[in-house]
Design a protein around this ligand. Structure first.
Ligand SMILES: *Cc1c(COP(=O)(O)O)cnc(C)c1O
Length: 233
């Protein structure tokens, strides 16, 4: 079986090729290793291979891993649904939040971010498919959210994030990513350049990079298929 190190190399190669096709420097695109449902031993293996950014969806699962890996190079990105009564451990333990979709959650994270830590990096999740069931600000809510959150001193608004519905075909995959980029291009200002586009997962990083992704979030292609039982909570 291929090791995590070999998988990381393959994904980096995919990023390099996709960046080349898009005429972009590969260094512009960061790889976030999505380690939800994976044991600490897998994360340690990725750390040893030089991967330092990890994405987690579930607080209960993430906190013991973060504690166990304190003192390592690991950086933690929260990419799951946020519950209002669980913002404090996010504010205290993570470096980034990609899945912010409620200004009230932003206010709580801002108030709860410990003084000794740098401001919490934030991406606003946008519901680019406009599916009622999914998380994220609707496209026409993003501007007012940026205005409110951009002023919060303990948060650093970095950009936008999306989780589009899966599509098989490259052109179909590109469409929602293009919509996210266009929202960013329309709302970016010199004060708030929104330089981060967090988009693309194992099956569609090429399409996301073609549309300007600066962070791709990859789980399966690095760590292998997830255990469906553990994934279900
Ligand atoms: C699980 C997850 C990923 C990674 O998905 P893969 O298909 O395993 O690469 C990326 N982003 C979010 C928000 C996720 O929940």
């Amino acid at each position: 079986m291929d090791s995590i190190r070999a998988h990381l190399k393959q994904v980096q190669e995919r990023i390099r090729l996709a960046a080349g096709s898009a005429g972009r420097p590969a260094a512009e695109i960061a790889l976030l290793a999505v380690s939800k449902t994976r044991p600490v031993s897998d994360i340690s293996e990725a750390l040893e291979a030089g991967q330092d950014a990890f994405g987690e969806n579930y607080l209960q699962e993430a906190l013991p891993k973060i504690n166990e890996l304190r003192g390592t190079a690991a950086q933690w990105h929260f990419i799951g649904r946020i519950q209002s009564n669980k913002t404090r451990p996010i504010a205290e333990n993570f470096d980034w939040v990609h899945s912010l979709d409620d200004v009230r959650h932003a206010q709580r994270l801002n108030d709860q971010r410990p003084e000794g830590l740098p401001p919490l990096n934030i991406c606003l999740q946008v519901n680019v498919d406009i599916e009622q069931t999914k998380g994220g600000f609707l496209p026409d809510q993003v501007e007012s959210a940026i205005k409110a959150i951009g002023k919060m001193p303990r948060l650093k608004l970095r950009g936008l994030m999306a989780i589009p519905a899966p599509a098989d075909d490259f052109q179909a995959q590109r469409e929602p990513f293009r919509r996210l980029r266009e929202i960013r291009d329309r709302l970016a200002t010199p004060e708030l350049p929104l330089e981060t586009l967090s988009m693309g997962m194992s099956d569609d990083i090429e399409a996301a990079i073609a549309e300007g992704a600066t962070i791709v979030r990859v789980g399966t292609a690095i760590f292998g298929p997830r255990n469906p039982v553990v994934q279900a909570h």
